[in-house]
Design a binder for this molecule. Structure first.
Ligand SMILES: *[C@@H]1O[C@H](CO)[C@@H](O)[C@H](O)[C@H]1NC(C)=O
Ligand SMILES: *[C@@H]1O[C@H](CO)[C@@H](O)[C@H](O)[C@H]1NC(C)=O
Ligand SMILES: *[C@@H]1O[C@H](CO)[C@@H](O)[C@H](O)[C@H]1NC(C)=O
Ligand SMILES: *[C@@H]1O[C@H](CO)[C@@H](O)[C@H](O)[C@H]1NC(C)=O
Length: 482
């Protein structure tokens, strides 16, 4: 009887210890290192709702500036979505947007926008991507809007999109598909033609964010589009973008191996874009499509998904990830609203805190287990921070397990190390149901997004360049190395 018992004990001990070795410098230890954008996590605003977010939702400015306080750079924003292909430019209106809806929870079926829409976009101090209409097949109207975007958004204008999720336009009865066998090939020919015509009309190359499909590649994807482009069309493209809403349960969403697998869907497209010297971005994404799922998107589990997903995307050389924000007051996955914060903001905040001021990021794990470890490096190539994530699912009942993460390679001069914990009562915790998460003991106030509470670091001693942290199921820890 002794042997089986010993075996059990050994297996338990082995399973409970997970070791990650920190590389001494960027480029070493045979790992892949992604160069970092100054602010890789952005926000996407649904086209018709963008003016409301910036004029009538108090938290917007503060939520964005909290990240600027960490990185020194305003997060990039993208304005677009389904309603960009329902919108037409009206040079004569003095309103930002004109539409009517039966219920404030609805998105408009049709709308117009005026020059002030672009003026407002230009007042934002970060980089801006503006999504314009292709579906209505009115290129003169889109060129007029693009010219105003170039003039009013000015040097903050990163790119314009020409159409959102064109693979759904047959179903949406968009005029551009009328009488056309609308396929990836006809859409690609249309994108190339519009890129040339709009790019030359505004007199700018490197101005289009191309692609913008939601259906998975390779059928609708950057590699197939790039293969159809000649040098004339290509010179107008600045980035290739895809949309992604993984969906599922809280548990399947937040499970680290699922996150890593989902992100690998884009590997070939990222490689195709990089091979021609262009960036690849997730132009619109969030947990569950259609504004989110009430039982999934506002939870702490979704917050941890947000964190892990943004970091895994960045690791895969996806330059920026824009989390979508839809109708104000009808948006389960939104990071903030008029009255309440959303738990996912906390996950995004922790990911921003890991990458702030860093030049490179690597993943120390292979993406095949419940446990993730990411490391960032400063401009000298020296390790800056490490984030440890235990994606084990804890729904609030029974024992909450804990995982030991041993970190080696910390350097012999370090005697203690500081860390901030991202935690909540359980994966199902929601701010609006009285259970907000905390990060380093701090929270974000409902309605204002102001940070509250006292910043708390945990301190752990380091012996011989090594230490062990304990991270509970459904929790993450940000370790500061400098
Ligand atoms: C701001 O939002 C409130 C609440 O939905 C609404 O009643 C009001 O009309 C909005 N104001 C503007 C200027 O959009
Ligand atoms: C490049 O492709 C476009 C269509 O996408 C075509 O109109 C144009 O003539 C081509 N230019 C050259 C130089 O082949
Ligand atoms: C990301 O790009 C860098 C080069 O800039 C490369 O060294 C690295 O291997 C790429 N990462 C992945 C996961 O392919
Ligand atoms: C936000 O509102 C919820 C629900 O009313 C409340 O429990 C929470 O304490 C409030 N404050 C923060 C910082 O989340």
């Amino acid at each position: 009887m002794k042997t089986p018992l010993l075996t059990t004990l050994c297996l338990t001990a082995t399973a409970s210890a997970i070791t990650f070795t920190l590389p001494p410098k960027v480029g070493t230890n045979g790992l892949a290192y992604a160069p970092l954008d100054p602010s890789p996590i952005g926000i996407s605003f649904e086209f018709f709702a963008f003016p409301s977010y910036f004029t009538n939702v108090t938290a917007t400015q503060q939520c964005l500036s909290n990240w600027k306080s960490l990185t020194g750079t305003w997060p990039p924003i993208r304005i677009g979505g389904t309603t960009q292909d329902r919108a037409q430019y009206d040079a004569k209106t003095s309103a930002y947007v004109v539409y009517s809806v039966a219920d404030p929870k609805d998105a408009p079926a049709t709308l117009t926008f005026g020059p002030k829409f672009m003026t407002l976009a230009g007042q934002y101090e970060g980089r801006v991507v503006v999504g314009l209409n292709r579906g209505k097949n009115n290129i003169d109207n889109t060129i007029a809007a693009a010219k105003v975007a170039v003039a009013e958004v000015g040097k903050s204008l990163l790119a314009v999109e020409l159409g959102n999720e064109p693979e759904y336009w047959v179903k949406d009865k968009q005029p551009i598909t009328s009488g056309v066998n609308w396929t990836p090939a006809t859409d690609a020919a249309s994108q190339n033609n519009w890129n040339i015509r709009v790019g030359s009309a505004v007199g700018k190359t490197n101005i289009i964010q191309a692609g913008n499909w939601n259906d998975a590649p390779p059928k609708w994807g950057a590699a197939q589009l790039i293969a159809t482009e000649n040098a004339t069309a290509r010179q107008y493209v600045r980035h290739y973008a895809h949309h992604n809403y993984p969906g599922g349960t809280i548990q399947s969403l937040m499970t680290h191996s699922n996150v890593a697998k989902n992100i690998r869907t884009f590997d070939a497209d990222v490689a195709a874009a990089r091979a021609i010297g262009k960036e690849y971005v997730l132009g619109e994404t969030n947990s569950v499509s259609g504004g989110g799922a009430a039982g999934v998107s506002p939870t702490f589990g979704a917050a941890l998904w947000t964190m892990d997903y943004a970091l895994r995307a960045t690791y895969s050389n996806i330059s920026r990830t824009y989390f979508h924000h839809g109708t104000v007051g009808n948006c389960q996955y939104c990071f903030w609203g008029r009255y309440s914060m959303g738990a996912p903001y906390y996950g995004a905040y922790a990911a921003v805190a890991l990458m702030a001021g860093a030049s490179h990021l690597t993943a120390l794990d292979t993406g095949s287990t419940n446990y993730a470890a990411y490391a960032t490096f400063d401009s000298k190539g020296v390790p800056l921070r490490v984030l440890l994530y235990n994606s084990g699912y804890y729904a609030g009942s029974g024992t909450r397990t804990s995982q030991s993460f041993t970190l080696t390679g910390l350097g012999s001069s370090l005697s203690s190390i500081r860390a901030k914990r991202l935690t909540a009562a359980s994966a199902t915790s929601r701010v609006d149901q009285g259970s907000p998460p905390s990060f380093g003991g701090q929270q974000f106030e409902n309605g204002s997004c102001a940070m509250s509470g006292t910043e708390m670091f945990e301190s752990t001693s380091v012996v011989g360049g090594q230490t062990t942290f304990s991270v509970k199921a459904t929790e993450a820890l940000l370790v500061y190395l400098q």
